[in-house]
Design a binder for this molecule. Structure first.
Ligand code: HEM
Length: 487
């Protein structure tokens, strides 16, 4: 029998992996990979320390791996840092494909993100819209609008998470704690990928600092979780506190009800709830605000598209922004051009150029190559949406391609029958927030176009260069001039 080969890649040294890491950081990985696909073909292997990372650029192979072979690639690699810090891995993004993942994912999707809950959160969106418009109005010509997008998307998720409309200092405190934690974990903790039993002694200071950041998260989140416990207790006695800032429903409420059957029907600990809240806040903030930034930049650069969009919105909703919110929740697609603008934005500028890493649960075959059990596998999301063999003029912004008769009409972002674009991933681990993310993008893009005409400022022209942060953002942030449309 012929021995199956690993996908090709640059030469590696045992224990250290590819020496290219001496010259490059993991943040530069995308341009390096693009060169390698040209040289080696659509599946390549990189070694980072002793870890084997395989990258797939081809849409058909991605479909075979993520949909056809589904469950074999539905695990996640373990993060050494969580074990070292004693932080639970019981979150949706990290859990392996098994009972715990199913329980937590089902809880999020069917208790917080399903249609009747999305309807209940309508007042939250309307409130956040007002905050966003105030921030944009106060910004002046050439202000960096990304800051307003990030803050307001975070506000919305805090409200959905804790069921409480917090004031700006309180939201900012949570935002800072989350960002500090994420930045530290992603930038300073990768040393622990290499021989953790040794590095945990050598870099003890880093572990201590990370623990202090975690402690800060606990101090901020636990009182909010406690307040929801009390709210639920009073509601069960028929006396929910009638405060305007307190919402009837929150993600935390559902987490307080979770019971883990495999572990004697125990409830989640506060530690686990804090980690799940942190996941909820982070999963939807930078992704959505990055999507908003790219789409608004395209509308600034393409005034004719912006006007066509404005015409559709005003014909359907007049200048009634609550009607806009309701129209988007309507099952009939009442604003097809707005929907096409959002899809085109996600195709050309997916906020994440990769999915989260997947792990092979057993040896498997991708494109005739061996993916060994335990290897990490990732996919080139941006490359797929920009593939010239699939998309005409892929680097142009043409929402019409998604309208009836266009070559992208009826594209299924779930990729079930075939992948044309996958900004949310596809298969078992597809983004759990896909529907609400699209609703948020449509609502806030629609509202911003309804409220202002977005124009370029001389000297601050839109440029489409990219920079990798948690998501792939504009290297030169969008700084437009906003002309109010209403008197
Ligand atoms: C434009 C906005 C968003 C984009 C582009 C996006 C994209 C993604 C991507 C690419 C993945 C990884 C898929 C994979 O590993 O194969 C993912 C996972 C996930 N996303 Fe999103 N996301 C967005 C918004 C949200 C929101 C608003 C939420 C929830 C409030 C959310 C919750 C999640 C969760 C829980 C996962 C993990 C799924 C799992 O491992 O089973 N996302 N998302």
């Amino acid at each position: 029998r012929r021995r199956r080969r690993l996908p090709p890649g640059p030469p590696a040294v045992p224990l250290f992996g590819n020496l290219l890491w001496l010259k490059h950081s993991a943040a530069d990985v995308e341009p390096l990979l693009l060169q390698m696909f040209k040289k080696y073909g659509p599946v390549v292997t990189l070694r980072i320390g002793s870890r084997l990372s395989i990258f797939v650029a081809d849409r058909h192979l991605a479909h075979a791996a993520l949909i056809a072979a589904g469950t074999r690639l539905a695990d996640r690699p373990q993060a050494a840092t969580n074990t070292l810090l004693g932080v639970s891995d019981n979150i949706i993004t990290r859990a392996d494909y098994g009972a715990m993942w199913r329980l937590l994912r089902r809880n999020l999707v069917s208790q917080t993100l399903q249609q009747s809950r999305v309807d209940q959160f309508a007042p939250a969106r309307v409130w956040v819209r007002r905050v966003l418009m105030e921030k944009l109005s106060g910004g002046g010509d050439g202000a960096n609008v990304m800051e307003a997008f990030q803050y307001t998307m975070f506000c919305l998720l805090v409200l959905m998470c804790f069921g409480e409309r917090l004031d700006e200092p309180a939201v900012r405190a949570i935002e800072e704690a989350e960002r500090a934690w994420l930045l530290y974990i992603s930038r300073r903790m990768s040393v622990f990928f290499f021989f953790p039993s040794i590095t945990k002694h050598l870099f003890r200071g880093r572990l201590e600092f990370a623990r202090s950041l975690r402690q800060r998260q606990m101090e901020l989140f636990v009182p909010l979780i406690e307040a929801r416990r009390e709210y639920k207790r009073m509601a069960s006695q028929g006396q929910p506190p009638a405060r305007e800032a307190t919402f009837q429903h929150s993600y935390v409420d559902t987490l307080l009800d979770v019971k883990i059957a495999e572990e004697g029907d125990r409830s989640l600990t506060d530690d686990e709830i804090v980690t799940l809240c942190s996941e909820f806040l982070n999963a939807g903030t930078d992704t959505t605000s990055t999507g908003l930034q790219w789409i608004m930049a395209e509308l600034v650069k393409n005034p004719a598209i912006q006007e066509k969009l404005y015409a559709e919105i005003s014909a359907t909703c007049g200048d009634d922004d609550e009607l806009l919110e309701r129209s988007l929740r309507d099952k009939d697609n009442k604003l097809p051009y707005l929907n096409a603008v959002i899809k085109e934005g996600l195709r050309k500028h997916p906020p994440g150029h990769f999915v989260l890493p997947h792990k092979a649960a057993e040896d498997m075959d991708v494109g005739g190559y061996l993916i060994p059990k335990g290897a990490t596998v990732n996919f080139m999301v941006a490359e797929m949406g920009r593939d010239e063999r699939e998309w005409e003029k892929p680097m142009e912004f043409i929402p019409e391609r998604f309208l009836d008769g266009g070559h992208g009409a009826g594209v299924d972002m779930h990729g079930t029958k075939g992948i044309k674009m996958m900004p949310f991933g596809v298969g078992r681990r597809i983004c759990a927030g896909l529907n609400i993310a699209v609703l948020h993008l449509e609502y806030f893009v629609g509202s911003m176009v309804m409220e202002f005409e977005w124009k370029e400022v001389e000297g601050l022209e839109v440029e489409f260069g990219e920079k990798r942060e948690f998501t792939t953002v504009m290297a030169k942030p969008l700084r437009p001039r906003l002309v109010p449309r209403r008197s």
